[in-house]
Design a protein around this ligand. Structure first.
Ligand code: GCU
Length: 354
């Protein structure tokens, strides 16, 4: 197995200190953006949130559900999208989970809102297609508001969804109900990939939760097991999730200058927890676990534990959450289950005070 060296800078020098890590992290983000996800515009503008509706009580009276319209500037004019905010009724600061979802609904099988509130979190949710459609149309939604003149490196849709999460955070971080030091971004599957990218790029995110994110997310490409999604399938089926440069690596004979451990490592020294489902061979649970192990040196250089767990495949229904990279494997299929949420919340609670 050939894995590009995480701890060696492009000039060949080894990364031996947290200061050198900062330089290396920028290199990792650069290679991930220019060769895989496309370059995300850096945003320095103002983001506004307008509360358009408040439903109270919700979650047994422990929260009120606010509908908020988020607006920010783009080169093509202002862009708006709806955000749901389950705001704790006592209006006290809470750790926040921002969940990027597939659907716009307030009640949805992928997030147990009441349980999340009862665990002491505030919860915000938006629907990814309210940012931009999940297809090759680069004219609709946010995609259409930015020039696209460099197909090799123009941002793909995963990066746009991650950008939407960052703009939601711009607003949420102004809310008194949000503890700014304990902000998490979560997503499942393709949106787990987007959550990882958001966590890697946006240093305000303290916890990244990527559920069943697989290929192009938490699964190492070099270790793929039978039945797992591979680079070529993904490039053929979802080319618009990425930038054009990624296509040059479809041929496995062409060495890739990165693998997915770069993405996890770019989150260091903040926290990331990934979860897999035993029957989800498409996402490749063991390659996700190996990715956690391969990313660990990015934390050890800070004197912190990375992935603390076995080298052999994880025990099913077990979480390895002692280090800064959490991993759990649950039984069942590709889904964002209540079991997964309980693992992620336990991981955040365990590390929040550190
Ligand atoms: C497809 C795709 C995966 C993706 C998944 C999803 O199966 O191949 O990469 O994670 O959709 O988002 O549900």
């Amino acid at each position: 197995m050939y894995l590009p060296d995480l701890m060696k800078c492009e000039d060949g020098s080894p990364v031996l200190s947290p200061a050198q890590w900062e330089k290396r992290r920028k290199e990792l983000l650069h290679v991930l953006e220019t060769e895989q996800y496309g370059i995300q515009p850096r945003y320095h503008g103002k983001t506004r949130g307008e509360i358009t509706d408040v439903l109270t009580p919700c979650c047994a009276g422990h929260a009120q559900l606010e509908k908020i319209q988020i607006t920010f500037e783009t080169p093509g004019g202002p862009f708006s999208f709806p955000l749901l905010f389950f705001c704790p009724s006592d209006h006290q600061p809470r750790p926040l989970i921002l969940f990027i979802n597939f659907r716009p609904d307030a009640y949805d099988p992928y997030f147990p809102a009441e349980e999340i509130i009862d665990h002491g979190f505030a919860l915000a949710v938006f629907c990814y297609t309210d940012i931009t459609s999940d297809d090759g149309n680069m004219k609709k939604g946010l995609a259409g508001l930015y020039a696209r003149s460099h197909p090799e490196t123009d941002w793909g849709k995963l990066s746009m969804w991650a950008f939407g999460a960052s703009r939601a955070l711009d607003y949420l971080l102004t809310r008194q109900e949000v503890d700014r030091r304990s902000v998490a971004v979560a997503g499942h599957s393709r949106l787990g990939k987007a959550a990882l990218l958001c966590g890697a790029l946006d240093e305000r995110v303290r916890f990244t939760f990527a559920n069943c994110s697989g290929c192009g997310g938490d699964a190492l490409e070099q270790t793929k097991h039978p039945g797992a999604e591979d680079y070529a399938f993904m490039a053929r089926t979802f080319p618009y999730w990425f930038c054009g440069n990624r296509n040059q690596y479809i041929d496995p004979a062409v060495p890739r200058p990165y693998d997915q451990h770069f993405l996890l490592a770019a989150i260091a020294p903040r926290y990331v927890a990934v979860g897999s489902a035993q029957e989800d061979t498409w996402a490749d649970p063991f390659s996700a676990q190996l990715c956690c192990a391969a990313a660990s040196p990015a934390w050890t250089i800070h004197g912190l534990p990375g992935f603390v767990g076995p080298q052999a495949p994880a025990q099913v229904n077990t979480a390895y959450g002692d280090g800064c990279i959490g991993y759990h494997l649950r039984d069942g299929v590709h889904f964002f289950s209540r079991q997964d949420w309980l693992r992620y919340m336990a991981f955040a609670k365990k590390h929040m005070a550190e």
